[in-house]
Design a protein around this ligand. Structure first.
Ligand SMILES: Cc1cc2nc3c(=O)[nH]c(=O)nc-3n(C[C@H](O)[C@H](O)[C@H](O)COP(=O)(O)O)c2cc1C
Length: 357
């Protein structure tokens, strides 16, 4: 099943193997995609669907060094080369729209950018900057209603830019502690206005982003990534989380999206997703579901066969095995990735992993 083709909205995927969004920090310091990135993605175009690395919809959302954006023309031009290289190899690619919110340092951002979140807070811990190495996160200011409105419109504009740049669709990043999850979780959203409070209000930011993007580019070109119980970037899990995400998933199901993409990062030290919650999420969302988190071919087949998912996403295996699909088909051993080059500039540990192709 893993290697069977599948319809996704109006496009056909050559298999159900998805390449996870993977931040690799190979864009320029100005957040512009490079020719090296086109080569990297083209090497992996055997995947049924590639989801791009987290890509900022705004200069305020580019919290990490050298992550790409989709908010200016140079970025659109850079991405055009990437999507053309993937399409040339009969691959399909969605852009992941990632606004880092409070997971940010001003040194990584363009002049005039601001660090903002649902509520004002400073994330504990440090993050890497090219200029000064590890630094504390910059304090995030609480967004005003006008800033919420303009940020939603930035997502819409980035989604339209993605389509202009040749992407087959966009994935809204609502996972891993970034801006949308900062709105979703009651631990980081302390607002007293209509964007905070119960889950109906806290999920309004996500739904406004998804609804307005869908209205512009078509809901069948929009996916959403969520990490219920996830504890990345200072997030914490709390009682009632299962019901909150069931609410969100039931509402997403009504939008007839391309897909929802759910993560279980427990193998990477993230929160464990209880089995009963997984079953409840599957019941709540009856559309196309991608599951991710420490998959290999055998467990992927099992989850496709039971209907737990329609597609399976692989992250770290795709970093070090550009020919992952071929290797999984052949049952060949996989190359292990080198974490020391996950985010370093240049070809090393990026485009130089061997391929049997
Ligand atoms: C180097 C690296 C970068 C990542 N960047 C992103 C990202 O930009 N967006 C995202 O949603 N998840 C990101 N993730 C999480 C992966 O998409 C994936 O969910 C995770 O690696 C678990 O899948 P795996 O066990 O197959 O690797 C990243 C993970 C790694 C290892």
């Amino acid at each position: 099943m893993l290697f069977d083709q599948m319809k996704l909205g109006k496009i056909t995927l050559k298999n159900r193997v998805v390449m996870c969004p993977l931040t690799r920090s190979r864009a320029t310091a100005d957040h512009i995609p490079t020719a090296l990135m086109a080569e990297y993605y083209a090497q992996r175009a055997d995947a049924g669907l590639i989801i791009s690395e987290g890509t900022s919809p705004s200069k305020n959302g580019s919290g990490y060094p050298r992550i790409p954006g989709l908010y200016n023309e140079e970025q659109v031009l850079g991405w055009k080369k990437v999507t053309a290289a993937v399409h040339e190899k009969n691959g399909r690619i969605f852009a992941q729209l990632m606004h880092t919110g409070a997971v940010s340092n001003l040194l990584n951002m363009e002049a005039g950018a601001r660090v903002m979140s649902a509520s004002s807070h400073q994330l504990v811990g440090q993050m890497y900057t090219d200029q000064q190495g590890l630094q504390p996160h910059s304090p995030a200011a609480e967004m005003t209603s006008a800033e919420i409105e303009s940020t939603i419109e930035e997502y819409v504009s980035a989604a339209r830019n993605a389509i202009r740049a040749g992407f087959d669709g966009v994935e809204v990043h609502g996972a891993n502690g970034y801006l949308i999850e900062q709105f979703l979780r009651k631990t980081t959203n302390l607002r007293r206005d209509s964007w905070g409070g119960d889950i109906q209000n806290r999920s309004k930011f996500l739904f406004e982003v998804v609804r307005r993007i869908g209205n512009k580019i078509g809901f069948d070109r929009v996916g959403v990534r969520l990490s219920p119980f996830g504890t990345a970037a200072g997030m914490s899990s709390y009682p009632g989380m299962k019901d909150e995400y069931v609410y969100v998933l039931e509402k997403l199901a009504k939008l007839h999206l391309a897909y929802v993409h759910l993560l279980d990062h427990s193998a990477m030290g993230g929160g464990e997703v209880p089995a009963d919650a997984k079953a409840a999420f599957r019941k709540a969302f009856d559309g196309k579901l991608i599951l991710a988190g420490n998959y290999e071919a055998i467990r992927a087949e099992q989850d496709l066969n039971t209907g737990a998912a329609q597609m399976i996403a692989f992250g770290r295996p795709f970093i070090s095995n550009p020919d992952l699909v071929k290797k999984m088909k052949a049952g060949a051993p996989l190359t292990q990735p080198d974490p020391s080059t996950f985010y370093t500039p240049g070809a090393k540990g990026y485009t130089d992993y061997p391929s049997s192709a």
